[in-house]
Ligand binder design. Sequence first.
Ligand code: F6R
Length: 247
Amino acid sequence: MRIIEAKNYDDMSKKAAEIIAAEVTLNPTCTLGLATGSTPVGTYQNLIKKYENGDLDFSQVHSVNLDEYKGLSGEHDQSYRYFMNTNFFNHVNIDKANTSVPNGLSEDAKEECAAYQALLERIGGADLQLLGIGGNGHIGFNEPSNEFKKGVHCVQLAESTIKANARFFETEEDVPKYAYTMGIGNIMNAKMILLLASGESKAQAVCDSFFGSITPQVQASILQLHPNVIVIADSDALSIAKEKGVF
Ligand code: F6R
């Protein structure tokens, strides 16, 4: 695992975009595993700039997203499909037919999980999986638990996650209580993982995940076992690891 310190959010976003751009340049038909949330927004903006400058071509790129809220349609402005369209896909030349996000409106949760799992198995793992991290160490919506779930599953969101995501909804009650997510096995299948973390609210999770023991109570800690992980964390996100003298 390589841990790169960025000065701040902007610096983290630039560095992350450089790594994704290198992947797309070297492997124009790559599959990118993508994330939503506040963390990757700046990275997507930098990738859009590179595309507008004529430096990147997404025409043959495929993508698979980590997760989606159960119960939200792709048109709902808080759905992750809508997020991806508005923050990234609408601004580059990726073919939307080649982009996949779980279907939040599936009638049958089991069937949706099986269908997304089958899709991921067909792909055989993303070439590069982009990740953010929750304040409790979650990746995708794999919340602290007694186990690492392998495949795609429907998960009840932790109270802390609902609270953290309430900022995007009118009221906390509006935040969906369930989501579809790739499992830890799906994430670990990626050839390369790029995890981003910015801000003091992530400092404990960064310290526990990458400098502590591997435990399902801190789901991101499993990444210590992956052979090709790059973490780009800004100084605030590394502050606790630094205070403890482990970074
Ligand atoms: C998003 C996702 C989540 C977020 C995490 C951090 O697709 O899977 O694990 O990466 O909740 O969210 P932000 O970036 O909003 O702090």
